[in-house]
Design a protein around this ligand. Structure first.
Ligand code: ZN
Ligand code: ZN
Length: 556
């Protein structure tokens, strides 16, 4: 073990001790050791204990640890601290520009235990509620996490959509000129909720010419079989394939659908397909109606007769109401009026304001007096609005024992209650089920928010028995949310066919914390379409009157 390595162990030890709030003098001596040891010219591993102690700042305790490290490669004290620190919190120490005591604050005060959770907390504007954090720090942390996560090779769809539209497509257009067709295909065209690479088809050009034209400072190009692979620091990996323009549709068909999907189509072919067919013709040859790309995934629920399902498949402009939104009362950025006006301008007919409830102290949850104050303010804003309805709601914490977070006399003041789990997410399936079922059976629960608590690519979500939950929602008149935030998309769309089979209503909710958050409805709709959600099973396609009547009817 060389000096730099040894020094790094002391640095980490000091960081972890600070994280765990240990004695500042000890921390200081280890962090000083970390700094000074890497500057020593002689190899520490070969020095005697006595020689080590002659180095300024190195006493008995540290010299023993250097010997332990150089003989065993381990530092038992460090191992003890590593053991009692969640691995996600260790990852958080890698964020540049934020020290262990701030990490400790985030960990203990916000309950954040991974990079992904911390990132999400930044998006939800939670950090600025903490002492010593401001908007600037929050932005900086968010940017640094993005940088760290970039290296993990999996990306959220929403993020790649931005890269494609703002950077990659314009660059392709510029490098290839206007003659060449550029078609995005693969997982991206299929709108998978997470992606590993971007696949692009371009028309009528040789692989060598394509490689020439695509030369750019932004990526390294390598030729692979029939493709070019473009790798860059800042963007997702891109695979580009040139094909003949007359065969583009055929290649789009072959590269968009999952293998299972293509096989199902091919099994039904009544006549062979030609490489000059359009996609519509290919589906016609199989006696099928055209499949929207996002529905060409590996599951079979659209087969054998997709026409019926496609006819009433949910679309973004079917959504009339914006359900589940946070304002300045809890952790949102905008006022009730700003949010309502914004939603009306976007063409929506109603807004459901659902801030966090009182136990969500990390998100500035509403005490009872503040609930009442907010309801007064909603009444005032409502007075100023024409043809736009604001509903009073709350995103009510489901407490550890399954109870809701207010007494019934407060719960009944809301037009509707969204119940969600936000704390103590580490649960066995039995515990999670007991907690959720109790909340579902509560007569005041109208909508079940982000069912599993998952954060895509960063937190798995607690284990549940989906069918039993859906059955319970059917029995208790509870609507299930598709949380449309692209980090959540929870309930997973895979379960929508079962929800529909059981007659459960779905609500596609942006969980907006600022005005732009309302646009996330789009991602919820994409997910819903994958699950084949029918318009008439999506409760916020109803107008304001029918929406609230239906919510109330369901509880009778
Ligand atoms: Zn929530
Ligand atoms: Zn929320």
């Amino acid at each position: 073990m060389d000096n730099v390595d040894i020094a790094a162990h002391f640095k980490l030890l000091a960081e972890l001790m600070e994280l765990h709030g240990e004695n500042p003098f000890k921390i200081k001596s280890y962090s000083n050791a970390g700094r000074s040891l890497k500057k020593i010219d002689l190899p520490l591993a070969q020095m005697s204990e006595q020689a080590l102690q002659e180095i300024p700042g190195i006493g008995k305790a540290i010299s023993e640890k250097i010997i332990e490290l150089s003989t065993s490669g381990q530092l038992s004290l460090l191992n003890q601290y590593i053991e009692k620190t969640p691995s996600g919190v260790l990852d958080m120490l890698k964020i540049p520009g934020i020290g262990p005591s701030k990490i400790a604050q985030l960990w203990h005060e916000l309950n954040v235990e991974s990079l992904g959770e911390l990132y999400y907390a930044c998006l939800e504007n939670r950090l600025i509620l903490l002492k010593g954090f401001g908007e600037k720090t929050q932005e900086k942390i968010k940017g640094n996490i993005e940088f760290l996560l970039q290296n993990s090779n999996q990306y959220l769809y929403a993020r790649i959509e931005k890269q494609w539209e703002e950077n990659i497509y314009p660059l392709f257009r510029k490098l290839l000129g206007n003659e060449i067709e550029i078609n995005v295909t693969g997982d991206y065209r299929r709108q998978e909720i997470t992606l590993q690479q971007l696949q692009i088809l371009v028309s009528d050009i040789s692989l060598e010419d394509l490689a020439d034209k695509l030369q750019s400072e932004y990526w390294n190009i390598s030729i692979q079989d029939k493709h070019l692979l473009l790798k860059s620091e800042q963007w997702i990996d891109i695979l580009v394939e040139p094909v003949s323009s007359s065969e583009i549709a055929y290649h789009l068909f072959e590269t968009t659908g999952s293998e299972e999907h293509r096989q199902l189509v091919k099994n039904q072919l009544k006549k062979p397909i030609s490489k000059n067919n359009t996609e519509v013709e290919i589906y016609q040859s199989a006696g099928l109606s055209y499949f929207p790309p996002e529905c060409r995934h590996q599951y079979t629920h659209f087969f054998p007769h997709p026409e019926e399902q496609f006819k009433n498949l949910i679309a973004e402009n079917d959504i009339l109401g914006v359900v589940h939104n946070h304002t300045q009362y809890s952790d949102g950025r905008n006022t009730i009026e700003e949010l309502a006006t914004h939603c009306q301008q976007l063409g929506y007919q109603y807004l459901v304001v659902s801030d966090h409830s009182q136990s969500a102290f990390y998100a500035n949850g509403l005490s009872v007096p503040r609930v009442l104050q907010q309801q007064d303010e909603i009444n005032e804003v409502q007075q100023k609005m024409n043809n736009f309805k604001i509903f009073k709601s709350i995103e009510c914490d489901i407490l550890y024992d399954g109870q809701l977070d207010y007494e019934n006399d407060i719960l009944k003041t809301f037009d509707l209650v969204i119940a969600s789990v936000h704390s103590q997410l580490n649960m066995t399936e039995d515990k999670a089920m007991e907690r959720l079922i109790k909340a579902i059976e509560n007569p005041y629960t109208n909508i079940l928010g982000h069912l599993t608590g998952r954060l895509l690519l960063s937190r798995k979500g607690y284990p549940i028995h989906h069918k039993k939950i859906i059955d319970a929602c059917a029995a208790n008149g509870v609507v299930i949310e598709i949380n449309a935030n692209p980090h959540r998309l929870d309930i997973d769309w895979y379960w929508l066919p079962y929800c529909m089979e059981k007659g459960v209503w779905i609500s596609i909710n942006p969980d907006a914390h600022h005005l732009n958050g309302v646009n996330d409805i789009r991602y919820g709709v994409i997910a819903a379409r994958k699950g084949g959600l029918q318009k008439d099973r999506c409760i916020n396609t109803l107008d304001a009157r029918k929406f609230i009547d239906t919510i109330q009817q369901l509880k009778k």
